[in-house]
Structures are given as C-alpha cells and as structure tokens.
Design a protein around this ligand. Structure first.
Ligand SMILES: Cc1cc2nc3c(=O)[nH]c(=O)nc-3n(C[C@H](O)[C@H](O)[C@H](O)COP(=O)(O)OP(=O)(O)OC[C@H]3O[C@@H](n4cnc5c(N)ncnc54)[C@H](O)[C@@H]3O)c2cc1C
Length: 506
C-alpha cells in the first residue's frame, strides 16, 4: 500500500510541458512597443472591476505563472477583464498600439509558440467566471475563465454533469476549443460537442455570437480549431442529469515492464468491445518501491456502469497477466478525479515546471512501438536523474457518443482516435537548464518518432501536441476540403493572424 501511495503521488505529477526551441522568437510577430500610458489610456475605458497590471506591480507574477515555464510568453502588461466589453476594449487597444495579445486562463496550454510572444498583453480571463444553469436544466452558460473544477462542482451539486477534460485545473474553454477529451465522452461526446453557442471577441475587437444560426462557419471552426478565431467570453453548453450515474468503479493494476506487450495486446482485444461507460488509462513511470531498476506500468480502468463483481469479471484477463498489485474502489465522479490524481490540489495542478509534452493519436495499440518508446523512456529517466518524475500516458476514453457526431460537422478531425499516447518529460529547477531542455527536445522527439513508426501518418490532438513540430494536416485533418475551409475562415475572421500562439492556421 505504501508503494501505491508513492505511486499515486508520482502519477499525480502527471502533465508537464515543453518547449525549448520556441523561445527563440518568431520573426513574423515582433514585440509590441512598450506603452507606459496604458493605465491612463485604457483604464478609463474598462469596467469598474477590471485592472491593468504592469511588471512593476508586486502581483504581476500571480497573473503570469503557468503550468510550464518553458513556454511562457513575455508580457508587458496584464489586463484583468471583468466583462466582454473589457475584452473588446483590450483587443482594440492592443491592435491600435501593435501589442501582441492572447487570452490567458489557467496557463496550462503547452504550445511552444506561446513563448514567441514578446512584450505581449495578457488578457487575463479568470474573472469571467459565470456558471448559470438554464431554468429547464438543460444548458449552462459558462464564462470564458471557468476552470473544469468549478463547472464539475457546480453541476454535480445540481445533480448534473457535462463532458469536459478530466484535469480539474484546466480551462473549460481552452480545452474545449481544441476538443476536450475526458471520461464521459463515450456517453456525451467531447467537450466541444456540448457547445450550443459562444460569444466571441474577434481579432478586431468586435463581439459576435457563433452558433448554428449565427456565423455558422465560425461556429464550425471554433469546435476543434477554436484558438485561431477569437476570445470566447462565454459559451452555452449542454448539461445532463447525473441521476443513476453517481457511482464509479475504479480498478488500479500495477505491472512490471516485462508485461508491457501482454497488457497492450489485451487492451487491443478490449478496444473492439469497449462499452460507452468504461475507459482506461495506462501510465509508464518510475516507482523505485515497485521496481528499483525499471519504469513500471500502471493501468487504471474506470466504469460508470459496472458494479464490483462485473468489474472483476471485466478485468480478469488483465489480472491474469500477473500485476504486482490490484486495487478496486467505488466512488463518485469527484472521487474518481481525486483517485486519478487530477484534483485541484494534485501535482497536475501545481504550476511552474520545465519540460515537454509529445503526443500523438492512434486507432489501436502497436505493442512493438510502445516497447521502443518504453525502452527510450527507461533509458533517459535512468541516465538523467532530474527526469525521474517524468511519465508517459496512454488515455483511452470510450468513443461512442464522440463518434456519433458526424466527422465533418466540426473542425475537430480526430473522432477516429481510440488512444492518445503522450510522453511528458519534465524537471523542476529554479530556472530553465539549457542542457536539460536540449535533452527534453531530443528524447521527446525520439520517443514520439518511435510511437509513430508503424502509423500510416502523423496525427495529433492539438491540446497534447508538441506544437510547431506537427503539420496542419496532422492537427486538423488530411481532408483537403477541411484544410481549405479552415484557411478561408482564418482569412475571414483573423486576416492579420492575431491569434498565432496556439495551433495556428498560417
Ligand atoms: C496537467 C494537464 C492536464 C490536462 N488534461 C486534459 C484533459 O483531461 N483533457 C483535455 O482535453 N485536455 C487536457 N489538457 C490539455 C488542455 O486542454 C490544454 O492545455 C488547454 O490549452 C488548456 O487551456 P487553459 O485555458 O487551461 O490554458 P491557457 O494556457 O490559459 O490557454 C491555452 C490556450 O487557449 C487560449 N484560451 C484560453 N482561454 C480562452 C478563451 N476563453 N477564449 C479563447 N482562447 C482561450 C489561450 O490564449 C491559449 O492559447 C491538460 C493539460 C495539462 C497541462
């Protein structure tokens, strides 16, 4: 049990992200001029609760911290917005003074291009925190600065839920604009499939409603390539009753590395009949109490439908492989989140690490490629002790409701994905260490290449992508019509590419 506790802590240090080369700068996007008068000029135009915070403020750092310091933009000012009109005014001011700008919510975004912003305006979204249930209980209006934890807790206490990402400290909007993958997508679809309409401040500062009826093509683009088109100040999302769905059964299986092929072969068998209420995730990490020499495998299987006995039956082939430990609990959805190590107080939610994320999407497991990736991971985490808390994960959320949505109906191009293998190399230090950053880039790419060896082509979920490595096709689909439509929309809604720091269509 002690071993398990250590393990949960290690795994909870989950996500951490990259980027080393991006900091070199992007000549297409020069730094904006410093505007010492911004408080005097923009301040009076903003609402009463808005704030303008400059680097001389002792609180500046509270607004600029991120999950991954490796990809921090360099800001000259923070505008703490309190209304949609504040966002419009900030964008118009930034444009007039040639200041690059981007929305910042939780700072979990891992794209390398974020670090190419110099002298930028941080449009700080967290105060756009409205969560309002409609009278009929079918929708929620969700502010552009809401975190997943806020939404999950509010809905759960109203006996509701909606599909979002799993990690509690990421933004509902930032994750949903690229997809929003999580444990109830088998029942309800992706986070972006819940969006019924969105208020969007466009690149020129005007605000519009995007929905099936209003700016329908923009609405299409927002759902999958959304970071390209505007700042979402609020969204209307579908919500669902959680009645009869309160309980989750959650099994942890821990394996030594020699079982890797057997585990993924068995998971390939299970892919064919994965029920909508059941998901699993595999983690590769180091836990010296379980194996002092080699990284181990942890497999989490979680179901919103199976009781203890049924779960036991379901996991029997996985238990027959010979895990070193097995543990099953019954909990509710908030409890599941905690058990998986994605709660607000978990390591996943602590900011200011260094490292990189290297993710791809696949339709089935290729055990030999996973073995190659494992061997590289095992080698580098043994050779470089600073990388000891790194991990690789393979998320496998159920596909049914996600795949029931027609593939062409949104800009999200990856409804065929069945698993998301992702490497997270990370280290903690008072400041970036160039030699470690170089190793992150080199070994992260080696591992990603190993994972792709037998894939037909490179494909990545934009929110887990390296950023700046992947082609537009890899991120947004190889279908030519889809690419043309995205480029046309970019030209129409952001002709000067002002939203260029994340998943940019250029
Ligand atoms: C620890 C961790 C766990 C994660 N877990 C999941 C998960 O379970 N499921 C999943 O799908 N993804 C997950 N992700 C990936 C996550 O979806 C992306 O990192 C996402 O970009 C986070 O958005 P954010 O707003 O929290 O971060 P930020 O860094 O604040 O924003 C990321 C990008 O979104 C833009 N943005 C933010 N808010 C808005 C807005 N209101 N309007 C327009 N643009 C906006 C920003 O300008 C930036 O370009 C995880 C990432 C980490 C680091």
């Amino acid at each position: 049990m002690l071993g398990l506790r250590f393990l949960y802590a290690a795994i909870a240090s989950y996500w951490i992200v990259l980027v080393t080369t991006a900091a070199a700068g992007n000549s297409n996007h020069p730094p904006g001029p410093h505007t010492p008068d911004i408080k005097a000029e923009l301040g009076p135009l903003l609402s009463r609760n808005a704030q303008i915070i400059t680097p001389s403020s002792p609180h500046f750092g509270e607004f600029t911290e991120r999950y991954l310091l490796s990809n921090s933009p360099e800001y000259s000012v923070v505008v703490v917005v309190d209304t949609e009109d504040d966002v419009s005014k900030a964008v118009k001011y930034a444009n007039a003074h040639k200041i690059p700008f981007a929305a910042k919510n939780t700072g979990h975004g891992s794209w390398g291009s974020l670090a190419t912003m110099k002298g930028g305006m941080n449009i700080w979204m967290r105060n756009l925190s409205k969560i309002e249930l409609s009278l009929d209980g079918q929708y929620a209006t969700v502010g552009g600065g809401v975190r997943i934890a806020d939404l999950v807790q509010t809905l759960w206490s109203a006996r509701k839920q909606t599909a979002t990402g799993l990690c509690q400290c990421i933004g509902v909007t930032g994750s949903s604009l690229g997809g929003g993958v999580g444990p109830i997508q088998g029942e309800y679809g992706l986070g972006l499939d819940q969006i019924v309409s969105a208020r969007v401040v466009l690149a020129d500062g005007t605000a519009v409603t995007a929905s099936e009826q209003s700016h329908p093509e923009l609405f299409w683009g927002l759902k999958g390539a959304g970071h390209n088109f505007g700042i979402v100040t609020e969204m209307k999302m579908r919500v669902h009753s959680n009645q009869g769905k309160e309980k989750w059964t959650f099994t942890t299986l821990i394996y030594t590395q020699d079982k890797l092929e057997a585990v993924f072969e068995q998971l390939n068998v299970k892919l064919a009949t994965q029920p909508a209420h059941l998901s699993w995730e595999t983690i590769i990490t180091r836990d010296p109490t379980t194996d002092p020499d080699n990284a181990i495998l942890i497999l989490w299987v979680f179901s919103n439908g199976l009781n203890l006995n049924a779960m036991d039956k379901y996991t029997k082939p996985l238990r027959d492989i010979g895990p070193v430990a097995v543990n099953t609990i019954i909990t509710d959805y908030p409890g599941l989140i905690e058990a998986l190590g994605y709660g607000l107080t978990s390591e996943s939610c602590k900011p200011n690490h260094y490292g990189g994320v290297f993710g791809i999407g696949v339709t089935r497991y290729i055990p030999s490629d996973l073995r190659s990736m494992y061997n590289l991971f095992n080698q580098i985490t043994s050779e470089v002790p600073e990388f000891a808390s790194s991990y690789a994960f393979v998320e496998n959320y159920a596909p049914q409701a996600m795949q029931a949505v027609p593939a062409r109906s949104t800009a999200y191009a990856h409804r065929h994905f069945r698993a998301l293998p992702t490497i997270v190399l990370l280290y903690d230090a008072p400041a970036a260490v160039p030699a470690l950053d170089a190793k992150v880039t080199l070994w992260g790419e080696k591992m990603r290449t190993a994972l792709m060896k037998h894939q037909q082509r490179e494909e990545s979920y934009v929110n887990y992508a390296v950023g700046e490595q992947e082609s537009l096709e890899a991120l947004y689909g190889y279908d030519g019509e889809r690419q043309q439509k995205l480029r046309r929309l970019k030209k129409q809604y952001d002709p000067y590419n002002r939203f260029w720091t994340y998943g940019t269509i250029e």
